[in-house]
Ligand binder design. Structure first.
Ligand code: CNA
Length: 291
């Protein structure tokens, strides 16, 4: 049978096409999904970049396998690697990157529906993104709970312990007090499930920044937008192509819908390109420098 005519949502697979979409007023409910790659320029290591990622660097932590640092069973037996890593990642040491300021910029323009992050570094908030526009899908250091009795601990007290390289034990039951960062096998925060269900059907442009899209269920979100919603990936490498309705780098759907665009390179470079095509480059730079 003859293939159906192709439905072209985008002119082509470039950032220019995405900018055109924004400039024509077709993207007013933008969702931005982010990962560790937006924070590497701030000096925070990502997980999987070969040679520079935390997973290659964890030798000094004596782990049986890299992911063990976020494994609840391992943590209960051997908590110190996680607290060492927590000390390294604890918010306060690092500044947001240019890419982080894209979020409050889109918010200011009234174009940001929500930003979903896998990061635990709180740099989105530090860049001035209003909290109601942010979903921290893997939690944050803002709150901590005892893993045994679930009582909430004072976050300043927890921070002091972590920064002094001491393990915080629950004052009530002596259990380990853990910042509410989502470990493997743990449920994501309820805010993630509640918001994603509503937001993704509404989204009219999806921008994915600095993530390998390897972690479930976060990676699946890229498939939750409507089949005609344009999607842009800015990342050093291709990602998310193996997901069902993932990014269409190979033009598999040649005869159906064309709606994916990508920029393979640094987030800050791609974001700069996008905002300059929208005429916002100076505004972003001012926000970045003032931050
Ligand atoms: P990942 O699996 O390490 O992937 C990072 C991706 O970003 C890779 O594809 C890299 O090629 C790419 N990348 C790295 N630097 C840049 C850059 N400057 N510009 C463009 N692309 C770049 O990390 P994910 O976020 O995909 O994995 C999810 C984990 C990582 C989450 O659970 C996070 O909690 C966790 N994590 C967070 C932080 C943080 O909060 N900053 C740091 C390290 C890990």
């Amino acid at each position: 049978a003859e293939p159906e005519a192709r439905i072209k949502i985008l002119k082509d697979d470039t950032i220019e096409s995405i900018a055109e979409c924004i400039n024509q007023g077709k993207a007013k409910k933008i969702i931005v999904m982010t990962g560790a790659g937006i924070s590497t320029a701030a000096g925070i290591k990502d997980f999987r970049s070969p040679g520079t990622g935390l997973y290659d660097d964890l030798g000094k932590y004596n782990l049986p396998f890299p992911e063990a640092v976020f494994d609840l069973a391992f943590f209960k037996e051997t908590p110190s690697p996680f607290y060492r890593l927590a000390k390294e990642l604890f918010p306060g040491k690092y500044r947001p990157t240019l890419t982080h300021y894209l979020l409050p910029l889109l918010a200011k323009k009234g174009l940001l529906l929500r930003s979903y992050t896998q990061n635990i570094d709180s740099l989105e908030k530090m860049a001035g993104l209003p909290e109601d526009l942010l979903v921290e899908a893997h939690g944050s250091f803002a709150t901590s709970k005892c893993i045994q009795c679930s009582i909430v601990s004072d976050s300043e007290w927890v921070k002091e312990h972590i920064m002094d390289s001491n393990i915080p034990y629950c004052k009530r039951c002596d259990g380990l007090v853990k910042p509410e960062i989502t470990f493997f096998g743990e449920d994501l925060p309820s805010r993630f499930r509640d918001m994603a269900q509503i937001d993704f059907v509404d989204c009219d442009l999806l921008i994915v920044l600095g993530t390998s899209l390897k972690v479930e269920p976060f990676n699946k979100l890229i498939t939750q937008v409507s089949p005609r919603c344009p999607r842009l990936l800015i990342n050093r490498e291709k990602a998310g192509q193996e997901l069902h309705s993932g990014f269409d780098f190979d033009d598999k759907w040649k005869y159906t819908v064309q709606r994916d665009a990508w920029f393979l390179g640094d987030c800050d470079v791609g974001v700069k390109k996008l905002v300059s095509l929208c005429g916002w480059e100076d505004e972003l730079q001012v926000m970045y420098e003032a931050g």
